[in-house]
Design a protein around this ligand. Structure first.
Ligand SMILES: Cc1cc2nc3c(=O)[nH]c(=O)nc-3n(C[C@H](O)[C@H](O)[C@H](O)COP(=O)(O)OP(=O)(O)OC[C@H]3O[C@@H](n4cnc5c(N)ncnc54)[C@H](O)[C@@H]3O)c2cc1C
Ligand code: FES
Length: 278
């Protein structure tokens, strides 16, 4: 169980893993996530389900190796097994039909966007995807996105491909009030916050898929607490998607920074009592 079936490097630090997961493959819907523990001594981390295959009884995830646990996950090879794999978790993304939908993502969020953008398209919406990357070599899943949506545009921070700038600047350059009726945004918090600010008066329903720190993924620990329209929500069970115009992004930023020193220390830590030995 939980065996890695395939592994592919998509961009620097970004790796696709296909994992054997017959029960999750049958039950997941776009927008849902899993929690994995790569090794027995690893922490638990949430990852979005990007795709699945009924034939191979598998699900696919795309991981940006930014810290200890994500680096442990991408160091696994086909034939290895994840220690734990729990899911599908969270609510599916909100779907509509007959709308003009803009789907926006940055960085590894592009992978997380793919199943949602495809679902909007399959449900009969006109879908424009606006995707951002640091530079041309960091763009991921271009072919898959092109096949899934009506229109795809890229923005790169250094201008090496597509629009020179970020996704929100690209959005403002080509749209305004009334251009789109529905939207979905996923990526770094500053980008989601800027997308919400830019579209506040556009008459657009914008859904943001949030990425707070998660621990148990069952609504018990409170780690993923977010404030949405002055109400307390738990992203693991009430989300991860919420009305972007009501999310308190400043609080989300503060809470995600709370463990930064410990996260940096965990990368340097060497266990002296033998727990690192496998
Ligand atoms: C619902 C959900 C779905 C997610 N899907 C994916 C996915 O498909 N692919 C993917 O690569 N990542 C995804 N993430 C983010 C991923 O869970 C974190 O990158 C991971 O937990 C970091 O663990 P780490 O031990 O490697 O790094 P840590 O040592 O914990 O952190 C390293 C750095 O990353 C920052 N960080 C930690 N957690 C998060 C987070 N949740 N969001 C943003 N920054 C964070 C820290 O502040 C720190 O600067 C998702 C998060 C959530 C909540
Ligand atoms: S992760 Fe513990 S309540 Fe959501």
């Amino acid at each position: 169980m939980n065996r890695i079936l395939a592994k592919r490097q998509l961009a620097p630090e970004v790796t696709l893993l296909e994992v054997e997961a017959p029960r999750i493959q049958k039950r997941w819907k776009p927008g849902m996530f899993i929690i994995i523990r790569p090794l027995a001594e690893s922490e638990r981390i949430p990852l979005t389900i990007v795709d699945s295959s009924a034939e191979r009884q598998s699900i696919t995830m795309v991981i940006q190796a930014i810290g200890k646990t994500t680096k442990e996950a991408v160091a696994l090879e086909p034939g290895d097994a994840l220690c734990d794999l729990v899911g599908p978790l969270g609510e599916a993304a909100t779907m509509t039909t007959g709308q003009r939908v803009v789907c926006m993502a940055g960085g590894v969020g592009v992978a997380e966007l793919l199943p949602v953008a495809k679902a909007f398209h399959d449900a009969g919406n006109h879908v424009t995807a606006l995707c951002g990357a640091r530079s041309d070599s960091y763009r991921i899943l271009d072919e898959e996105l092109k096949a899934a949506v009506d229109e795809l545009q890229w923005a790169t921070d250094d201008g090496t491909f597509g629009f020179h700038g970020n996704v929100v600047q690209l959005l403002k350059s080509l749209a305004g009030p009334g251009t789109f009726t529905e939207g979905h945004v996923i990526g770094p918090i500053p980008m989601m916050k800027a997308a919400a600010e830019a579209t506040r008066d556009w008459g657009l329903k914008l859904h943001a898929s949030l990425n707070p720190v998660m621990i148990d993924g069952t609504g018990m620990c409170g780690g993923c607490r977010v404030t949405v329209g002055n109400e307390v929500k738990f992203a693991c069970v009430d989300g991860p998607e919420f009305d972007a115009h009501l999310v308190d992004f400043d609080e989300l930023t503060r809470r995600n920074r709370a463990y930064r020193e410990m996260e940096q220390e965990s990368l340097r830590h060497v266990c002296r009592v033998g727990l690192d030995v496998r």
